[in-house]
Design a protein around this ligand. Structure first.
Ligand code: IMP
Length: 191
């Protein structure tokens, strides 16, 4: 049996203000011998229609600034009937409109398809940034349901239950963020 070891990366700065996200990523990477350090200072976000360039430029910016390997995580909800809105503007829409107004926009829409997406951006100083997307497909509910999770969780239905009803433990096994983290881990393990 061959044991894969991380030869190069031992410490990664994770730029996030979100305690829950940080703890989740810290615990997963600790089991692979990688220390994760939280940095809450943020980064200038590009105005783009896609999450990939936002995550890539954020990781690259902070990696050069701190001279350390850096990861960032950028997420959003993309609603088909609204042509992908709010997508990269999900934070702004949550803070300024909230779920009831999103549901209002969807009032007469029959096609409820939507997906959550997370893109992890990773960059080492002097190198090109890498991106690891994760997606989970679902539907926009007709009303908010469930008390778990955060943000859009009460209006995002996955196989009949909203993420708010599923609860964090189950959500974290199948979420967009989990899927992006898994891709990032696969890449780390392949080094
Ligand atoms: P961020 O890039 O992860 O900060 O997320 C951008 C926006 O999407 C914020 O308004 C978050 O609350 C929302 N969001 C991100 N991930 C999730 C999730 O897993 N469930 C519900 N809302 C989310």
């Amino acid at each position: 049996m061959t044991v894969k070891t991380m030869k190069t990366v031992k410490k990664i700065v994770f730029v996030t203000g979100n305690k829950g996200k940080f703890a989740e990523v810290r615990d997963i990477l600790a089991s692979r011998g990688i220390e994760v350090i939280q940095n809450k200072n943020g980064y200038p976000e590009l105005q783009e229609d896609e999450l990939e360039p936002i995550a890539a430029s954020g990781a690259s910016y902070v990696a050069e600034k701190l001279n350390m390997p850096v990861m960032v995580d950028d997420s959003g909800i993309f609603i088909k009937a609204l042509n992908g809105f709010p997508g990269p503007y999900s934070r702004f829409v949550e803070d300024n409109l909230g779920n009831p107004k999103v549901l209002k926009l969807m009032e007469d829409e029959k096609d409820r398809s939507a997906y959550f997406k997370t893109v992890i951006g990773y960059c080492e100083p002097g190198k090109e940034p890498l991106v690891f997307p994760g997606v989970v497909e679902g539907k926009i509910a007709f009303e908010e349901r469930g008390t778990g999770g955060f943000g859009y969780d009460p209006i995002f239905e996955y196989e009949g239950k909203t993420f708010g009803e599923l609860g964090d433990e189950i959500k974290n096994t199948l979420s967009h963020r989990r899927r992006a983290i898994d891709k990032f881990l696969e890449w780390l393990d392949s080094l």
